[in-house]
Design a protein. Structure first.
Length: 126
């Protein structure tokens, strides 16, 4: 799906125009992947919530003036979230595409419909 296999390489979110296996276009319409920002945000919040619960269960957190463990959690979790952003961005694109493209188990027999909202001359005008 992606042109480069590693999430931490330069331009790691560039995608093939069509799936190398089945030929499904990955850009269904101009600006199709704008919604992935919401998916990435949701994944980030879920990761932060899970890390907070794990930190509270394993280390403990109190909100008293003398307890700084909440700040250690913030530092560790925000650093981990920053490091995980390339992976989260790729996951959000995959999820977004999977919600709008129906899987066809017999894709070899059925031809893929050409996207109707693509204007090739306007594709790189961002």
């Amino acid at each position: 799906m992606f042109e480069k296999s590693g999430a931490y390489q330069k331009n790691s979110t560039h995608m093939h125009e069509n799936c190398p296996v089945c030929g499904q276009p990955t850009e269904i319409e101009v600006g199709f992947y704008y919604g992935t920002g919401y998916v990435s945000y949701t994944l980030s919040i879920a990761l932060l919530a899970a890390s907070f619960v794990a930190w509270k269960v394993l280390i403990g957190v109190s909100f008293s003036i003398d307890d700084n463990r909440i700040f250690y959690w913030m530092g560790v979790s925000f650093t981990a979230l920053f490091a995980a952003q390339p992976i989260l961005m790729r996951m959000s694109r995959i999820l977004w595409l999977s919600w709008f493209v129906k899987y066809d188990p017999n894709w070899k027999e059925h031809p893929i419909e050409k996207p109707e909202r693509i204007v090739p001359e306007q594709m790189n005008n961002w």
